[in-house]
Design a protein around this ligand. Structure first.
Ligand SMILES: Cc1cc2nc3c(=O)[nH]c(=O)nc-3n(C[C@H](O)[C@H](O)[C@H](O)COP(=O)(O)OP(=O)(O)OC[C@H]3O[C@@H](n4cnc5c(N)ncnc54)[C@H](O)[C@@H]3O)c2cc1C
Length: 372
């Protein structure tokens, strides 16, 4: 069988675009791991923040809101977003760094300056002497990442698509206008390939004969610790520390902390470094009133960027019928609904440019051609 669309990678990017494409043709999604959420998608902080990232990313985040707020009938069992709120605090030395964040405030996407006293009331584990100024974003939410990801994967199958795991693509060739994708188990055929391979997108691009987009995977570390006794986790916002880029947020009855690290690395099943964890535990104890008695769980994940830190969505300039959907950085979950629709519009709209302009996104700002 020749599939209309082959999507390589079953993380949130691959699953979401495969779901959109399955409405229009036969879809095959190939994922190397036995679990599609094994890499970045299963390792995120699960936050939806309209004001996060550069202007292109923020536009995509906002466009995703309608899907999060009203997913298709039967897509998931509960709400995809749960209000969380986000506090950003500045130490006496870094108060000025809050100004650009305040400037992002817009009706409906408010960023509000609050007093240090109110910040401490909202988050009692902060050290009073380290909070000289603070801002609050009420519109930040927790994303049910598993619900979103499973909704897409379930939807692909319901629409007649195929999701096949344990199928790492090792060879891609194109003969007479048809792609042949080989894994160690099978060879598959398709008319169009979507490269949604996360940190491995450049490797897959090279396999297809395309020029790499210069993707750099960056390691970020997370750990789970006990919350201080009596903390109301349901009402506790996430906290960004503007001085260091570190953050702390409630996570399944505990607290997640990350130093906000971004260490360039190669695509791999990345693990946390002992030194990063030791630094993080020390930082939590010195910058907050949380006592780290034990690290319950720790992990690292990859956030993959091209130099301008906007995602890369568009057909390759040299290799026909090969679409890039890569470079989602630290925003791939929150951007997924809008980015998947945009990518599917590009694939389906090759003969109907009206479909593409309807999304409101700039094809040039997202195209792989901008990076050449
Ligand atoms: C610590 C951390 C915190 C984050 N916090 C947030 C957040 O709060 N909000 C947010 O929106 N984003 C966040 N992110 C970013 C988000 O997790 C990523 O942008 C997103 O998961 C990327 O999804 P993806 O599908 O592109 O990549 P992945 O989930 O990595 O999926 C790519 C898949 O492709 C597969 N693959 C690779 N090569 C092949 C091949 N040859 N054949 C078949 N399959 C292949 C891989 O096995 C992998 O499963 C965070 C990331 C980290 C690490």
């Amino acid at each position: 069988m020749i599939h209309d669309f082959l999507v390589i990678g079953g993380g949130i990017s691959g699953a979401s675009v495969a779901y959109e494409l399955a409405h229009a043709g036969s879809v095959l999604l190939l994922e190397a791991e036995s679990s599609p959420g094994y890499h970045s998608t299963g390792r995120s902080a699960a936050l939806y923040t309209r004001n996060y990232g550069g202007p292109v990313v923020r536009q995509i985040n906002i466009l995703s809101a309608s899907f999060f707020d009203a997913p298709p009938e039967g897509f998931c069992d509960g709400p995809l977003l749960t209000p969380r709120g986000s506090l950003t605090v500045a130490s006496p030395e870094t108060v000025d760094q809050l100004r650009p964040l305040l400037a992002l405030s817009e009706p409906g996407e408010e960023v509000i300056a609050i007093s240090p006293a109110e910040a401490l009331e909202r988050v009692p584990y902060l050290r009073p002497e380290r909070v000289a100024a603070a801002i609050f974003e009420p519109n930040v939410s927790d994303i049910d990442v598993a619900g979103l990801h499973h909704g897409y994967l379930k939807g692909i199958k319901r629409l007649g698509g195929i999701v096949s795991t344990g199928q790492g693509v090792v060879e891609l060739t194109r003969e007479n206008g048809i792609w042949h994708a080989s894994t160690h188990r099978d060879t598959w055929r398709a008319k169009t390939v979507v490269n949604a391979a996360g940190a491995w997108a450049d490797e897959v691009g090279i396999m297809a004969g395309a020029q790499p987009i210069g993707l750099v995977p960056k390691r970020r570390t997370g750990m789970i610790v006990d919350a201080p006794a009596g903390l109301d986790l349901a009402r506790s916002p996430s906290v960004d520390f503007v001085e260091s880029g570190a953050y702390i947020k409630p996570e399944a009855g505990k607290l997640m902390a990350s130093p906000g690290d971004a260490t360039p690395t190669s695509p791999q099943d990345v693990r946390p470094e002992e030194l990063d964890l030791a630094y993080l535990a020390h930082w939590v104890e010195t910058e907050t009133l949380i006592a780290v008695r034990r690290i319950e769980h720790s992990w690292a994940g990859l956030r993959s960027f091209v130099p301008d830190e906007a995602p890369v969505v568009g057909f390759d300039t040299r290799v026909p019928d090969f679409l890039w959907l890569a470079g989602q950085g630290g925003y791939g979950i929150m951007m997924a609904p809008a980015l998947a629709k945009f990518a599917a519009d590009l694939v389906l709209g090759a003969s109907d440019p009206g479909r593409i302009s309807a999304s409101g996104l700039d094809t040039v700002a997202l195209s792989p051609a901008r990076l050449l």
